[in-house]
Design a protein around this ligand. Structure first.
Ligand code: SF4
Length: 439
């Protein structure tokens, strides 16, 4: 009976892609996956440090796993991801029963670390070198489905004042375009029909060999035979260029969706964040994008309560949202991150004020999101079908090219197919639809 492993993935798509590598390495060691940590021989927590809450979750999970280990001392516990990188000492101090601590750039040490921990040589292993070049050729056990993640860059050089990512994931490194294209061809050969190119700031991608930028990479990946859809995340307004937008418009596989974090609506706040653009620049970029890419869905990230944010400055965030009308937004309260510039900034906004600002912004964006989707009722969308819907198994679910969820009634055997679906009702989360018989 093979030994079992359990992986708990927190945070972003980069972490999901890293967990596929972790799973691939563990499977290459003969272990098999389980959804139950109670029966696992190896349990890995792939962590997120982007806000206070996920960090707290890490230590509470480790507390639960400590109980499992007391009952089964042979259990191997590993912590990977961004908290492993920025809080390795704290993990060792507060959770001495953890066998393996690996930073996001150090998964190359996973195999040897697990082999050692599975043997009787149980001393804790900790590798957190943020400058190591990740080994792209490690086996990956990809999540089954129609869509696959492919990294194009690692790390980030922007050092936005609130962000822990450059400390957790290291300085920015671009992968050779040849490696990226080879990986895309590989996943297409495995049956994936959609690829999402991943990076903290994909717009600043530069092929280390040819110097070619992201627009060229997008065109090249979009030309891979058998690839139906191409997405990318995350963009940065200071590097998102007209040539990228034209590459999107000129690449049939490139989906009409742009995720462009605004973070705040007031220039003073953007300046203190070190974002490198003004609201006017951001707005003109969105206007240009909507002009060049017809039917473009624009989504964003935003935070409220950045140190020093006044009520008037927050109201400019509200005004920005009312003016731009995002299709969807990920909205958060600012929280101090260890070692970031903002952590030392004065004039922290009190929690109740942050909470009320978040509620007001969420209320506004939900109203806009619903209205945007309701206004598209009757439209026919191309949907890439992921499978049956969990809540309504008689229906199918999939995503439009604008990355919106569509739950619809349709014919048989639609999984993995591109289907034309008419949106009957628009909701905050997406659409209810029916297969378009005319298409
Ligand atoms: S661009 Fe800014 S917010 Fe995004 S990962 Fe880099 S430092 Fe963080």
């Amino acid at each position: 009976m093979p030994e079992l492993y359990y992986i708990d993935t927190m945070g972003c798509q980069m972490n999901e892609r890293d967990s596929e590598t972790i799973a691939g390495v563990l499977q290459s060691l003969g272990l098999r996956p389980t959804d139950d940590p109670q029966v696992a021989r190896v349990a890995i927590l792939n962590t997120c440090a982007v806000r206070e809450k996920p960090e707290h979750k890490v230590f509470s999970k480790l507390g639960d796993w400590a109980k499992l280990k007391r009952a089964r001392p042979e259990l191997v516990i590993g912590v990977c991801g961004c908290v492993a990188q920025v809080m390795a000492d704290e993990i060792r101090a507060r959770a001495p029963y953890v066998d393996l601590i690996l930073g996001p750039r150090n998964l190359s040490a996973l195999r040897a670390g697990v082999e050692r921990a599975l043997s009787d040589d149980r001393c804790a292993i900790c590798v957190t070198d943020p400058d190591e070049l990740p080994d792209d050729h490690q086996p990956a056990a990809r999540t089954p489905g129609v869509s696959a993640f492919v990294n194009v860059t690692y790390g980030c050089d922007n050092f936005c004042a609130y962000c822990v990512v450059p400390y957790a994931r290291g300085r920015e490194v671009s992968r050779p375009a040849g490696d990226i294209l080879a990986e895309v061809q590989e996943v297409v050969a495995e049956g994936y029909r959609e690829v999402t190119l991943l990076g903290q700031n994909v717009n600043s991608y530069r092929d280390p060999h040819s110097g070619a930028g992201f627009p060229d990479l997008l065109r090249a990946v979009g030309a891979v035979e058998g690839l139906w859809r191409l997405r990318f995340t995350t963009s940065h307004p200071k590097d998102c260029s007209e040539s990228l937008l034209r590459a999107m418009a000129g690449t049939p596989a490139a989906c009409e969706h742009l995720h462009l974090p605004i973070q705040a609506g007031a220039d003073e706040v953007l300046a203190r964040m070190g974002r490198g653009y003004t609201y006017a620049h951001y707005k003109s970029l969105v206007d240009l994008a909507r002009e060049i890419v017809p039917g473009l869905a624009v989504t964003t990230d935003v935070m409220v309560g950045f140190p020093g944010e006044t009520e008037e400055q927050f109201e400019r965030t509200l005004a920005a949202f009312a003016e731009i009308r995002f299709d969807q937004a990920f909205m958060f309260k600012y929280s101090d991150r260890p070692g970031t510039a903002a952590e030392a900034m004065p004039e922290k906004v009190p929690e109740p004020v942050k909470q009320s600002r978040l509620q007001r912004l969420v209320a506004l964006q939900n109203e806009i999101g619903r209205a945007v989707n309701a206004a598209q009722e009757g439209q026919v969308f191309e949907v890439l079908v992921e499978g049956r819907d969990g809540k309504s198994p008689e229906k199918w679910r999939g995503r439009t090219r604008g990355n919106k969820l569509m739950v619809f009634s349709g014919g048989q055997d639609r999984a993995g197919k591109l289907v034309a679906v008419r949106a009957v009702r628009g909701f905050l989360w997406g659409y209810l639809g029916e297969e378009d018989a005319m298409a």
